[in-house]
Design a protein around this ligand. Structure first.
Ligand SMILES: [Zn+2]
Length: 206
């Protein structure tokens, strides 16, 4: 209710009157870049921006302040990045791409009104398939180092019970890539299930 009464503010910088102001849009439009996380998922990993500045504040606004109005904006940026990477041959052709949001704890996502990364994936207009989730018992990995994160995730990535058949072009999408542990655990789990992931695209890289 409060949100209806207060003026809209830019999710990136707080400027009044818009969902995402022009300078923040420009910041989001930068060319996606390759990152090399410490835990190597053995597929190319790309990020749209750093875990800082406009990128970080926009992601936090969506995840923690309920700014779902910014989801279409970020979805459009993600789509452009994937089209760009496909055109360069770094990801499969867009028509064959299936986006799979990184696993989250289902209950936590439900309490927040749905997983924001899934919503951003859907906003790209590309095919989105939820392939995995995190077991409810997994601990929050914030504050853990790379080996501890990896250990924390082993066995915690679970298959969705009803999972459609996917043959090609799975691209894993996450909001932030840090150690690469989540991506690696997910890719290993999917590989066991016979699903090949061809790349990872993160909104931000820490
Ligand atoms: Zn702004």
């Amino acid at each position: 209710m409060l949100e209806l009464l207060l003026p809209k503010r830019c999710a990136g910088c707080g400027a009044v009157g818009v969902t995402l102001c022009e300078p923040c849009r420009t910041a989001w439009r930068r060319i996606p870049f390759r990152v090399e996380p410490r835990v190597d998922p053995r597929v190319p990993v790309f990020a749209l921006g750093p875990w800082g500045g406009v990128h970080r504040s926009t992601v936090l606004a969506i995840k923690e302040r309920g700014r779902r109005d910014a989801i279409p904006e970020v979805g459009a940026v993600l789509r452009s990045a994937i089209v760009f990477l496909s055109a360069r041959g770094e990801l499969p052709e867009c028509s064959g791409i299936v986006l799979s949001p990184a696993p989250t704890r289902k209950r936590a996502a439900r309490l927040r009104g749905g997983d924001p990364v899934t919503a951003i994936c859907r906003a790209t207009g590309l095919t989105v398939v939820q392939l995995v989730h995190l077991d409810a018992s997994v601990e929050d990995s914030a504050g853990l180092d790379a080996p501890a994160r990896r250990a924390n995730l082993v066995g915690a990535v679970r298959d969705e019970r009803r999972r459609p058949r996917v043959d090609e072009g799975v691209v894993l999408v996450d909001d932030v890539v840090t150690t690469g542990a989540t991506a690696t655990a997910t890719i290993e789990r999917l590989s066991v299930a016979g699903i090949q992931v061809t790349g990872v695209v993160a909104l931000t890289a820490a």
